[in-house]
Design a protein around this ligand. Structure first.
Ligand SMILES: [Cu+2]
Ligand SMILES: [Zn+2]
Length: 176
């Protein structure tokens, strides 16, 4: 009798874990250290922290033009080796959606809010993304690329947002 009850308890635990969505991932963290691409001076650090409610994305990017706006995306490959950021491929899009604005309507998993630089050319930011996960299924950003573009994202042009060349590149890595 005891054994049966134990098995039942285990199976209901498994069901809770399946239904419990991202909550079992809570506390997972990743970081990205943005390095300038060839001929550029943009750099920065970004951290990703999984919560039950989404991923808190925060960081600071320096070396931008004063008072400028820049497309900011997670790209499909964690590979900055080409020197111009192109080796990261296109936007991370595991759910096969069109490019669009973060947090509204259809968009790539990797479409993030654009960076807004202040008069010193620094963009500091903190937002929650419900599109990505840190080590979750399908939308895991660990091992993907992170790109800062020269131009603003128009959130319309497919599949890039027409954000121009890539100023800085990083590989997103798991952290403690
Ligand atoms: Cu991009
Ligand atoms: Zn996109």
């Amino acid at each position: 009798m005891k054994k049966i009850r134990f098995a039942f308890a285990l199976s209901s635990l498994a069901a809770v874990a399946l239904v419990g969505c991202a909550s079992h991932l809570s506390g997972n963290r990743a970081t990205a250290k943005l390095e300038p691409t060839r001929g550029n001076t943009t750099s920065g650090t970004v951290t990703f922290v999984q919560t039950g409610d989404g991923v808190q994305v925060s960081g600071e990017v320096r070396g931008l033009k004063p008072d400028s706006e820049h497309g900011f995306h997670i790209h499909e490959k964690g590979d900055c080796s080409s020197g111009d950021g192109m080796s990261t491929g296109g936007h991370f899009n595991p759910t096969a959606k069109p490019h669009g604005p973060h947090g509204a309507g259809e968009h790539h998993t990797g479409d993030l809010p654009s960076l807004k630089a202040d008069k010193y050319g620094v963009a500091a930011f903190s937002f929650v993304s419900r599109s990505v996960s840190v080590a979750g299924p399908t939308t895991d950003i660990v091992g993907k690329g992170l790109i800062v573009h020269r131009d603003p994202d128009d959130y319309k042009t497919q599949p890039t947002g027409n954000a121009g060349p890539r100023l800085a590149c990083a590989v997103i890595t798991a952290s403690k």
